[in-house]
Design a protein around this ligand. Structure first.
Ligand SMILES: NC(=O)c1ccc[n+]([C@@H]2O[C@H](COP(=O)([O-])OP(=O)(O)OC[C@H]3O[C@@H](n4cnc5c(N)ncnc54)[C@H](OP(=O)(O)O)[C@@H]3O)[C@@H](O)[C@H]2O)c1
Length: 235
């Protein structure tokens, strides 16, 4: 018997936006599977949520290690019989590169985490979502990945990877149309985290709002979109 609560798997849930998303989803009475590269950190998040009376568990998941993705998803399905929500939150930046002079290893790593990692997580959960006729996949993108807004050269691998992640949102949404699985991209804005830095204007709670909204859309909600503060954002 599948669990009665919806189940959400969040990548990179140990800190920053992933942690805030995990907390907000848990407060909506969703069972959160907090995942992280370091199982002890994921477990500590799950423990904290349980201490607050919420439903949560932990799994080790490194988005660049496909075996950890498969094992985590299998474990969730064995435990709960369902995965309703995937938040592809894990992400890294290349910082101060120039688009005309890149470090190929760093650029490849950014691609592995931000694009292939999210892609393989989606691939892993889609069969269970299809079988259930329900799913919400949220890809944590960025306004820096919007081609419309891409007028500066900073963080080029990050920008290109987030533009590619947005393309992934579009092709998955097209494939999954009519299956009950909604796939969308979110921009959290510039948020105070290790990635965003201390001068960012937004809190993690503000940044988590749109991805959590997309993770809990009603059945007639949008798919294949890119959203900032719950409003469409230019691609
Ligand atoms: N902060 C912003 O202003 C901002 C703006 C736009 C978009 N975003 C997006 O929001 C998401 C979260 O960003 P954040 O600001 O919360 O960043 P953050 O505080 O630096 O956290 C990044 C998270 O990603 C995880 N991660 C990195 N590599 C991973 C891997 N190989 N496998 C699994 N997890 C991995 C980190 O885990 P470890 O602790 O193990 O490193 C950490 O949990 C990212 O996708 C980012 O691009 C952030």
């Amino acid at each position: 018997m599948p669990s009665s609560r919806r189940v959400a798997l969040v990548t990179g849930a140990n800190r920053g936006l992933g942690y805030a998303i995990a907390r907000q989803l848990a407060e909506l009475d969703i069972h959160v599977v907090a995942t992280a590269r370091d199982l002890a950190q994921a477990s500590s998040v799950a423990e904290e949520l349980r201490t607050r009376g919420r439903a949560a568990s932990a799994a080790r998941l490194d988005v660049t290690a496909p075996d950890t993705i498969t094992t985590a998803v299998q474990h969730v399905l064995e435990q709960h019989g369902r995965i309703d929500i995937l938040v592809n939150n894990a992400g890294i930046s290349d910082g101060d590169q120039q688009p005309s002079h890149i470090d190929p290893d760093l650029t490849s790593h950014v691609w592995q985490v931000n694009v292939l990692g999210a892609w393989q997580c989606a691939e892993a959960v889609i069969p269970a979502m299809r079988a259930a006729g329900y799913g919400r996949i949220v890809n944590m993108s960025s306004t820096l990945g919007s081609l419309h807004h891409m007028t500066r050269p900073t963080e080029p691998a990050y920008r290109v990877s987030k533009a590619a992640l947005n393309a992934l949102t579009r092709v998955l949404a097209a494939e999954l149309a009519g299956t009950g699985i909604l796939v969308n991209s979110a921009s959290p804005g510039w948020v105070r985290t290790d990635l965003g830095g201390p001068n960012a204007p937004r809190s993690v709670e503000q940044g988590a709002d749109t991805p959590v909204w997309l993770a809990t859309l009603p059945d007639d909600g949008p798919t294949g979109g890119f959203f900032y503060d719950r409003e469409p954002l230019e691609w």
